[in-house]
Design a protein around this ligand. Structure first.
Ligand code: ADP
Ligand code: MG
Length: 611
């Protein structure tokens, strides 16, 4: 009998190290994780049976047996599920498949005592066995009739062994935990029962201790809303999402038309993709009359709803539907559409009923709603109505809807103005706001890096275009402007003189009516994205083109008038002054790579005139 020894992948070692040495208060979750794996394995073999003829048959029904040995201080969790072959053992229990492993490790370290909810959600649940064990033995026999009987064993220190077992094993997997001295309490029926009740009550397969079934599977989503307590919702939410928090929103509804449908959906407290985790999988399970069809159905709900948890139970589904054919089924497509519409409506009602609570939800999940408003064609309008923005007319910390923005705007305003910036404070002091403030035009202040993309994809709302206020092609009236401009002739000769040569960052220099108190501003040409947006894209490492600016001068400004005067007598001096003004404008636009150069230029200029 040969034994292979393997070392864990480095990331697994780190997870183990954190799991073993940190003081998590929620140790109990190891059982939840192992039972959930057992349940997954049962579900997988169930599905296998629909497609494979030749399956190594199990001894017992699809159930999970738990037993303990108080003397030896062991707990045993046995399933009659799909089992694993040698290769699967190595990849599943020696490496981590999840793409956001780095972020996960970081979060595990930071989260400390409340790391329990991360472990289950990010595909490292198995390793939690080492929270309470100093040795784990695992026996497994795959569904594949040609597979070996195998034993996997580890003390969690850095290596594991795989040995071929001589005795015949049942199909499925048996895990024996050798408890650490401090955790011997788990080798008792009472303790195990209480943990199952807390975390695993809704597991869809029987969990047996001896002859007794411990989990009471109750499909609360099939019950009438009025017969379910807050606490039951909470417990079910925690079970389905492997979390410890409370749901933010709970939406429970039944329908008979257009299809027979029971649906219980939750939004969690936290955004599961914050802190650099990759995109999460869909998590709303699909059932048909209580039978689980798929716990993570791809393509049932639109992608932007991947933060939702819960269950959809549709009695109209063909029971023999396989995972593969789910996406092609027209019933499933219809089901997804019905539920999505209901959920969007539900959010609109929440926003109306309790704006405060909705805003908190919005601040956590806005990325998903924005994604939806860009890509969910069917619900685009309703989703755009759910977006909230700060603006030059909202009080601090308050938000506006687009509809309210339009209600405040004058009828002749054809566009919706926005400014993208790194923060609301930075936005409010922006030179670009000046012309809009002076004319009483409201500007939306956006600070989310995805906003530029969103604004580009959602080009209009109620037939009004979204326009970034650093763009050159905005027409603003000159009613608000005092003072007389340079006479036309003089202005023309000034512009002709300027446009003979300018720096390569400048596309052209024009005169305009936008500015009020400032002499000069750099604007983004029509065929280019806004400067702030561009800077954000660049900061995020996206490829961006070298920007060029349209420079607009204010023909009413004394400085520009003086420049025109100066140009008549001292060409060189005028040229230097204008170059400096251009640099200042480019600096305000964030287009100057080395701001010190602008200051130096200014100093030189001043020094010269003081001579
Ligand atoms: P996750 O369950 O999120 O994938 P885990 O760390 O809990 O992450 O488990 C890793 C993998 O090990 C599972 O995806 C599965 O392939 C395999 N596995 C774990 N337990 C069992 C089991 N009892 N039977 C079959 N496969 C299992
Ligand atoms: Mg798992």
């Amino acid at each position: 009998m040969s034994t292979e020894t393997h070392t864990f992948q480095a990331e697994v070692k780190q997870v183990l190290d954190i799991v073993i040495h940190s003081l998590y208060t929620e140790r109990d979750i190891f059982l939840r994780e192992l039972i959930s794996n057992a349940s997954d394995a049962l579900e997988k073999v169930n599905l296998k049976q629909a497609t494979e003829k030749n399956i190594f048959q199990g001894e017992k029904d699809l159930q999970i047996d738990i037993s303990f040995d108080e003397e030896k201080k062991t707990v045993t969790i046995k399933d009659y599920g799909i089992g694993m072959n040698r290769e699967e053992l190595k990849t599943n229990l020696g490496t981590i498949a999840h793409s956001g492993t780095k972020a996960l490790l970081q979060a595990l370290k930071e989260k400390g005592e409340s790391a329990g909810d991360m472990i289950g959600q990010f595909g490292v649940g198995f390793y939690s066995a080492f929270m309470v064990s100093d040795k784990v033995e695992l026996f497994t026999r795959s569904w594949d009739p040609t597979a070996e009987n195998l034993k996997w064993e580890s003390d969690g220190a850095g290596a594991y062994t795989i040995t071929e077992e001589e005795s015949e094993l049942d199909r499925g997997t048996t895990i024996i935990l050798h408890l650490k001295e401090e955790y011997e309490e788990y080798a008792s029926e009472q303790k195990i029962k209480s943990v199952i009740e807390r975390y695993s009550n809704y597991v869809g397969h029987p969990i047996m201790i001896g002859e007794e079934r411990v989990n009471t599977v109750e499909a609360i989503w099939l019950k009438n809303k009025n017969d379910v307590t807050e606490e039951e919702y909470e417990k079910f939410y925690q079970f389905t999402s492997k979390a410890f928090d409370k749901p933010r929103y709970t939406m429970h509804f039944q329908a008979d038309a257009p299809m027979a449908l029971n649906c219980l959906l939750f939004t969690p407290q936290e955004n599961p993709e914050k802190m650099g985790f990759g995109q999460v999988d869909p998590a709303v399970a699909l059932h048909c009359r209580k039978v689980l069809i798929d716990s993570k159905p791809e393509g049932l709900l639109p992608e932007w709803l991947r933060f939702l948890k819960g269950v959809i139970d549709c009695a109209d589904l063909p029971l023999n539907i396989s995972r593969e054919s789910l996406q092609d089924s027209s019933v499933v497509t219809k089901l997804g559409r019905v539920v999505t519409k209901r959920f969007v409506k539900f959010l609109a009602k929440q926003a109306k009923d309790d704006e405060e609570q909705y805003l908190q939800f919005y601040q956590t999940f806005q990325r998903f709603l924005k994604e939806g408003s860009c890509h969910d064609f069917e619900n685009k309008e309703a989703l755009t109505d759910l977006l909230r923005f700060q603006s030059t007319m909202t009080e601090e910390g308050k938000f506006t809807t687009l509809q309210d923005y339009l209600d405040r705007a004058k009828e002749e305003q054809k566009e919706i103005y926005y400014l993208i910036s790194t923060s609301v404070e930075a936005a409010k002091s922006s030179l670009y706001l000046e012309p809009f403030k002076a004319r009483g035009l409201e500007v939306l202040l956006m600070t989310d890096p995805v906003d530029e993309y969103v604004m580009g994809t959602l080009p209009e709302y109620k037939e009004k275009k979204f326009v970034s206020i650093d763009k050159a092609d905005i027409e603003l009236d000159d009613h608000a402007l005092d003072g007389t401009p340079l006479p036309e002739e003089e202005l023309k000769s000034l512009l002709d003189w300027i446009n003979v040569s300018h720096s390569e960052q400048v596309k052209e220099v024009v005169s305009g009516t936008r500015l009020v108190d400032s002499p000069i501003i750099a604007l983004a040409p029509d065929d280019q994205m806004g400067f702030q947006a561009r800077a954000m894209m660049e900061a995020m490492g996206q490829p961006v083109e070298e920007p060029k600016a349209v420079i607009e001068i204010n023909p009413r400004h004394d400085l520009i008038k003086a420049l025109a005067e100066c140009q008549k007598t001292d060409d060189e001096k005028a040229r230097r002054i204008f170059n400096q003004l251009t640099q200042n404008a480019l600096l305000a636009a964030g287009l100057v790579k080395n701001p010190a150069d602008v200051a130096n230029g200014m100093n030189d200029l001043v020094a010269e005139f003081l001579k």
